[in-house]
Design a protein around this ligand. Structure first.
Ligand SMILES: O=C(O)CCC(=O)C(=O)O
Length: 282
């Protein structure tokens, strides 16, 4: 783990993952880190808003501890970021995020979900999974899903960095996942303010936070090809007031317009691995 870990750290530290390099790495390696997407001030502001969103979620009766996901209550989950705070509606369409999304999924995509996981000291790993496997059955022949992970704190192995299985974005079938993948996994380490982009087929899990008092706060913007139904039904999770505030591109990306799957058949994607001309974005 140590040698691989310092390799990952070096990549982030040397700042090799500029956006162009990030696109290439995302496509080839299934992940990349783009540092300094948010300024120090914007990162701190987003973290403040995230804690406020966690409190608001609890106030609305949506628990921030999910026993089905996490072994103990040291993970704080916030599920309805898009409805709770306009700051997160801005982040989900941040130009750097959408650049990476389009580079992998093509011009047409849907926002599938936007959630947070704050791993507090004492938190432990959730089950290993790939996010594409959560929304479609195999074989997973193409990258049809991806996460833009926002680091709102520094992220490192000790404070519970997301662990990923290198090369697993090429797995087409669950049988290819090793029986005990954890010892083979590496941490996504990145400074606060970075984006970590991860292909939907990458098998991963949350790490254990073994620090005495250091939170690890990540936002997970999840995007898919437009023929995949979003993880949540935005028609239900977004209030009438929030929906009324959205501009046409956001309504389109959230699947709130009347059309669905018009001209977006998977066969169109199969021939070229996901790239095609846009149908339209108003
Ligand atoms: O928090 C993490 O590091 C990973 C979270 C995750 O994979 C999930 O919530 O599905």
């Amino acid at each position: 783990m140590t040698a691989r870990r310092s390799e990952v750290q070096d990549l982030a530290r040397r700042g090799e993952n500029t956006l162009a390099e990030g696109r290439r790495r995302l496509r080839e390696d299934g992940w990349c880190v783009v540092p300094e997407v948010l300024s120090k001030e914007s990162t701190a502001q987003a973290l403040d808003h995230l804690w406020a969103a966690a409190a608001e979620s609890e106030r609305r009766g949506l628990a921030t501890y999910m026993p089905a996901l996490d072994p103990n209550a040291s993970n704080v989950r916030v599920f309805n970021l898009l409805d709770i705070d306009p700051l997160f509606r801005d982040l989900i369409r941040h130009p750097t995020a959408l650049d990476l999304v389009r580079s992998l999924l093509g011009e047409e995509f849907l926002i599938s979900n936007f959630t947070a996981n704050i791993a507090r000291p004492g938190s432990q790993s959730m089950p290993v999974h790939s996010d594409q496997a959560l929304v479609m059955p195999g074989p997973w022949a193409h990258p049809w899903a991806m996460n833009i992970i926002w680091a709102l704190t520094d992220v490192r192995l000790e404070n519970g960095a997301t662990l990923f299985l290198p090369g697993s974005h090429r797995f087409t079938d669950r049988s290819q996942v090793p029986g005990d993948p954890l010892p083979l996994m590496q941490p996504f380490e990145a400074p606060a303010g970075s984006i970590i982009a991860m292909e939907g087929r990458m098998w991963h899990t949350s790490g254990a936070n073994v620090t005495a008092g250091e939170d690890r706060a990540l936002l997970f913007g999840y995007y898919t090809a437009p023929f995949l139904r979003p993880q949540v039904n935005h028609n239900v999770t977004l209030s009438a007031q929030t929906q009324a505030s959205l501009d046409p591109p956001m309504r389109h990306w959230l699947g709130l317009e009347a059309e669905a799957n018009v001209g977006l058949a998977p066969e169109v994607f199969a021939a070229d691995g996901g790239r095609r001309e846009p149908v339209r974005v108003s």
